[in-house]
Design a protein around this ligand. Structure first.
Ligand code: AKG
Length: 256
């Protein structure tokens, strides 16, 4: 039977804006994902047209790494481009929990591998996801799936619990980032959400969140799998892009 959130866990999600769920995927599958990822980042497996983002300090020549793969910060759309990551994006435990939160008709808005190499990975400043995204209503849900044990030391997620209820907060551009304007929140209220490899943090797209730099000697790799109801509206320019279909119906006039 696929995993389901208990009523208590579902209540926690709605109250806090996030819930941590361990053991979504077996250690054997996590190992296979690790191996595949290493092939892409360190062993020359072609990424094709998949977009890769490099650590800004390495890009600017301010920091050197032992291997170019240690400088990769972000890889987009592996769910569409790789069989093992596709299986993860469609995993019945993850999608089952997402359906409890968002309903039966689901599309994937994005998926992004987020990598913090030991002592290299930089912070991601406090932000909400929805202000970045052309989707209404602002009620998407991400499963931040941990490929390594995510801890305070290597840059696990931190969140402002309950703040998803405050709506979209003003964001500003700063060096290398787009973050919530400091006058609108108090980061000292942030709580960390450690999670073991194979588990995930399910969080609301209006939840303010942050990840610290990796100051440890251990990798922190995660993939953010962001889902939306197929009844969502695309609010960007032109017509809706074709989003990855996860399950259920598609609706006329809504995201494709
Ligand atoms: O994993 C990270 O470092 C950042 C994650 C994040 O901010 C996101 O998924 O929106």
């Amino acid at each position: 039977m696929p995993m389901q959130l208990t009523p208590e866990q579902l209540e926690v999600y709605h109250r806090q804006g996030y819930v941590v769920v361990e053991d979504l995927v077996s250690s054997v599958e996590v190992e296979a994902l690790h191996n595949r990822l290493r092939e892409y980042t360190h062993d020359g497996r072609p990424l094709g047209s998949i977009r890769v983002q490099i650590e800004p300090r390495v890009q600017r020549g301010e920091l050197e790494v032992n291997h170019p793969g240690d400088a990769i910060r972000k890889v987009d759309s592996l769910v569409e481009g790789d069989d093992l990551f596709r299986k993860l994006g469609l995993n019945e435990n993850i999608v089952g929990i997402i359906s409890q939160i968002l309903g039966p008709d689901i599309k994937m808005f994005r998926n992004a591998l987020l990598m913090k190499a030991p002592e290299v990975g930089s912070q991601k400043g406090w932000h909400q996801d929805s202000p970045y995204w052309p989707i209404q209503p602002m009620n998407l849900c991400s499963c931040w799936f941990a490929l390594d044990d995510a801890t305070a030391e290597n840059g696990c997620l931190a969140a402002l619990s309950g703040w998803h209820k405050k709506g979209a907060l003003p964001h500003v551009s700063v060096t290398d980032d787009f973050v919530i304007d400091e006058q609108y929140y108090d980061s000292s209220a942030g709580v960390i959400a450690p999670v073991k490899a194979g588990g995930g943090v399910f969080f609301h797209s209006l939840l303010p969140h942050y990840t610290a730099p990796n100051r440890s000697d251990k990798w922190r790799r995660a993939i953010a799998l962001s889902y939306m109801s197929s009844k969502s509206q695309y609010t960007g320019k032109g017509k809706s892009p074709q989003y990855f279909h996860v399950k259920g119906e598609t609706y006329p006039g809504c995201v494709r």
